[in-house]
Design a protein around this ligand. Structure first.
Ligand SMILES: CC(C)(COP(=O)(O)OP(=O)(O)OC[C@H]1O[C@@H](n2cnc3c(N)ncnc32)[C@H](O)[C@@H]1OP(=O)(O)O)[C@@H](O)C(=O)NCCC(=O)NCCS
Length: 152
């Protein structure tokens, strides 16, 4: 089940974030995202096992962050979470943008399956935990293939 993130979810969300990210978001960032962004969670057996943060901006959106608990990865949950979270965006975005570490092949494959494609590279954008930096890949998904809306 996918639903909006609530303040009571933040502790579990931070735990998942700390398990998967080398430079994790803070508790405060997640708390602020509940009001400022579209923050969603996915539950399995009544447990929060993943989250997604989308930032609507005018008629576009940015995918800021998403993760699935390591024990639940590879079961299709990330794809479902992303797809259903995008559907919850109220601004009906024309395009959705994201940045992803070049080394994050699992995420890049998920995004490609979700119809994002690579448009640019931001060189030496991310710091690496072990030192040095790595490139960010910029991806975009064009939404609203249903042009019937335009002629209503
Ligand atoms: C990226 C992430 C969210 C994917 O979630 P997931 O639930 O494991 O992904 P799914 O099971 O829905 O997989 C969907 C598709 O993604 C791709 N994919 C997922 N895991 C993969 C892996 N380890 N290697 C290669 N491709 C992978 C596949 O194309 C897959 O489709 P398929 O099963 O038909 O082959 C998850 O790996 C994760 O939380 N990673 C750590 C946090 C992170 O990197 N977040 C994204 C950047 S902010």
């Amino acid at each position: 089940m996918i639903r909006l993130m609530q303040a009571s979810d933040v502790q579990v969300v931070v735990e998942i974030e700390n398990l998967v990210q080398s430079h994790p978001w803070t508790k405060k960032q997640f708390e602020e995202s509940i009001d400022g962004y579209l923050a969603t969670v996915i539950e399995q057996d009544h447990q929060v096992v993943g989250f997604c943060i989308l930032q609507p901006v005018l008629d576009e959106a940015n995918l800021l962050l998403m993760a699935i608990h390591p024990s639940q990865q590879g079961k299709g949950l990330g794809f479902k979470l992303l797809d259903e979270s995008i559907a919850l965006l109220k601004n009906n975005p024309v395009q959705i943008f994201l940045e992803v570490r070049e080394s994050n092949q699992a995420a890049i494959a998920l995004y490609e399956k979700s119809a994002f494609h690579q448009i640019d590279l931001r060189k030496n954008y991310y710091p690496k935990k072990e030192g040095g930096r790595e490139h960010a890949i910029i991806m975009v998904k064009t939404c609203g293939d249903d042009f019937s809306q335009l002629f209503k």
